[in-house]
Design a protein around this ligand. Structure first.
Ligand code: SF4
Length: 242
């Protein structure tokens, strides 16, 4: 269910490395990743909503931004507890309007997404920084763990098109899901020279699903280290960050 709300505030301070502030135009995310911690932090945990189904739309996001922005100096990140280009963005366009406002006030913006909808805004993103999240090369795994998100092939197509359009795009392989590391690394190496890998932060959230599919070996720290090493055989030394 989509619900329009009037938010009290839109800019939040963050400790993430790339930015000082974060903006979440939506509460909830229709990509519905099973491993997503956002359902347990921020405002979503205070709702009775279904993760992956219910989204609240901050319809006054742009007005709030105009009011709050004057006092905020530093880089901005979209988004930390929702995908800024999830399905509903197509209808409301809040992410696009927010980026327009930030650009008009000369703020640097970092966008992170799994979505091909980001291509709609290439005209705004050319001189900003975009990170595309690609967590596996296996569509069967993607379907189970990221049920509402764009397919693996859609994400590779998005990566290709962002590069062709001259956008400063990087890739985040996080969390590392069940995959063929050599295949994913080789495919990614056609587009990027460096990338960042991250482990599942809350493996307990997906333990049952992993056990059901015989993937439990992928929940260990050793497996994550093995994936890093296998990526490092494809990418140049020092170009795989984690
Ligand atoms: S796309 Fe990101 S915010 Fe949305 S459910 Fe997946 S991990 Fe969570």
């Amino acid at each position: 269910m989509i619900r329009e709300i009037t938010a009290k505030t839109i800019i939040t301070r963050t400790k993430i490395a790339v930015a000082k502030y974060v903006i979440n135009p939506y509460v909830g995310c229709t990509f519905g990743c099973l491993y997503c911690y956002a359902r347990f932090i921020g405002p979503f945990k205070y709702t009775n909503c279904e993760w992956g189904e219910d989204v609240w739309v901050k319809t006054n996001a742009v007005q709030l931004l105009e009011k709050e922005l004057a006092r905020k100096r530093g880089d901005f990140f979209l988004s930390s507890i929702c995908d800024p280009y999830q399905h509903i963005e197509k209808k409301y366009g809040l992410t696009r309007k927010i980026i327009e406002v930030l650009r008009s006030h000369f703020r640097r913006v970092h966008v992170m997404t799994k979505s091909n909808l980001v291509l709609r805004d290439v005209d705004l993103l050319r001189d900003l920084s975009v990170t595309l999240t690609i967590t596996t090369d296996r569509e069967d795994v993607r379907k189970i763990l990221e049920p509402g998100a764009p397919s693996v092939e859609e994400r590779f197509d998005t990566l290709k098109k962002l590069k062709e359009a001259g956008v400063n795009v990087s890739v985040f392989v996080g969390p590392v899901l069940v995959m063929n590391p050599e295949n994913l690394a080789h495919r990614l190496s056609r587009y990027v020279d460096t990338l960042t890998l991250d482990a599942l932060n809350y493996p307990k959230m997906v333990q049952e699903v992993y056990v059901k599919h015989g993937w439990q070996g992928w929940l260990t720290k050793e497996k994550f280290i093995e994936v890093i090493e296998r990526f490092e055989r494809v990418f140049k030394k020092g170009s795989v960050k984690y």
